[in-house]
Design a protein around this ligand. Sequence first.
Ligand SMILES: [Zn+2]
Length: 346
Amino acid sequence: MKAVVIREFGGPDVLRWEDVETPSPGPGEVLLRVHAVSVNRTLDLQVRQDGGNYGVTLPLVLGNDPSGVVAAAGPEVEATKIGDRVAIFGGVGCGRCQHCTGGHQRRCASRKMLGVQCWGGYAEYLKIPAVNCVPLPEGLAFAHATVIARHFPLAFGECYRADLKTGDWALVMGAAGGLGSCLVQVAKSLGAHTVAAAGTDQRVELAMSLGADFGVNYRRQDLEREVMRITGGRGADAVFENIADPALWPGAFNSLAPGGRLVTVGAHGGGLVTLDVRRLYQQRLRVISGLGAERREDLERSFQLARAGKFRVLVDRVLPLREAAAAHRLVGTNEPLGKVILDPTV
Ligand SMILES: [Zn+2]
């Protein structure tokens, strides 16, 4: 089969279009014919550049969120059938420990991130445990399923960690981005008032079109002042800050209401920021990592809501998989409005 293989870390040119052996599914595994996989700035670009501190072993095939059609099944596969349209949920268990064999793969101590610690979806085919497969509703496009699987369960997870309740004020940074655009919609669906913040007027407008109640351009406006004005001087109960840009962080942090929660799962803006500790304890604020358990039922619910037109998915464009290097360059420019998807079937 064809795959995009990394044999050394570096710029987009290290993504090489190669012939590799087609994997064959073992017990409990299926072979997935990949139809879509997304290019993620925080994950794919970082891992390609320097491994991203994830314990990567080369050579590696990237691709954390492939969706496609089950092409073959190994022994002991029951629920998943050849021809099923599926997306992938969760890390890949070892398949051998008592948790994996007992159906509690999430507790497996040697669980791997797909496309990071084991070969992922930048390939025509992928071998994956059947328990990781989540069926797609009829009519949901692979590209959309891939984006939903990548971001919506995480967006729900961040909202749970922020303890977001009906009537709360939520500020979403990077609100037109992959995760941000999902956070706007999930926060709204949970009954929060939503302020969408982004770095260009066009991106603010896009986030507003997803249902945000207010928009702020944090490159042009004073974010803290705008949030205080919008919330009647109260501030945001929850701030979703997945950028960690030292220039943007203070505005986001200072927008928190007393007792507010700032949740983060991203650092593509640099990662090193100044924390105003006095304000942190005096206002009883919390800074929380959003990484952690995501729920499969949130993914299934998101598929249904997207199918029903209630969740919108932003796809900038779909490129052939062999153009992975160009796709990485494009995502690196920060210009795409929506996700860039790779398709190995074209
Ligand atoms: Zn295991």
